[in-house]
Design a protein around this ligand. Structure first.
Ligand SMILES: [Zn+2]
Ligand SMILES: [Zn+2]
Ligand SMILES: [Zn+2]
Ligand SMILES: [Zn+2]
Length: 145
């Protein structure tokens, strides 16, 4: 994985550069509305904070659960929708196939296909602790919501 640049500009926050930094306190990502903690990109002036992935995710992706079309990054979902991966409401930036009404959180685009039986295996590398905690958080949200 390439190294994170210290500053990025984001299409939803074009006026100020966002600075890569670490805080222990959790935050709500200004882009996808999912909570995170630890490393983040942040604009101190505006309290605009977002996940590293949300700062740097590409504007189009192909996704294994919807291989027939590319998904395009949109600033906001057109209407209230559910993410096809975690089944949680998408309140912010979203990957969409508007032809099919397929919606996906940027973070959930990191979910890889997992063959049954490999879920508990520690494969070493691949998923970082951060992504594991996101996956766990989304899973718990799913269960208790
Ligand atoms: Zn985010
Ligand atoms: Zn700002
Ligand atoms: Zn999701
Ligand atoms: Zn489609």
């Amino acid at each position: 994985m390439e190294e994170s640049p210290r500053h990025v500009t984001h299409l939803l926050h074009p006026d100020h550069p966002l600075v890569y930094q670490y805080h222990e306190a959790s935050f709500v990502c200004s882009v996808c509305r999912i909570t995170g903690d630890g490393l983040r990109y942040r604009c101190d002036r505006c309290n605009f904070e977002l996940h590293e992935h949300c700062a740097r995710c590409p504007s189009t992706i192909s996704f294994h659960m919807h291989p027939q079309h590319l998904l395009t990054l949109h600033a906001r979902p057109g209407t209230a929708r559910l993410c096809r991966v975690c089944r949680v409401h998408v309140g912010g930036m979203v990957y969409q196939c508007r032809t099919c009404g397929f919606d996906l959180h940027p973070l959930c685009s990191l979910v890889r296909p997992q063959p049954a039986g490999e879920r508990r295996a520690n494969r070493g590398g691949g998923w970082s602790g951060f992504l594991r905690s996101v996956a766990l958080m989304l899973f718990m949200h799913d269960v208790f919501d």
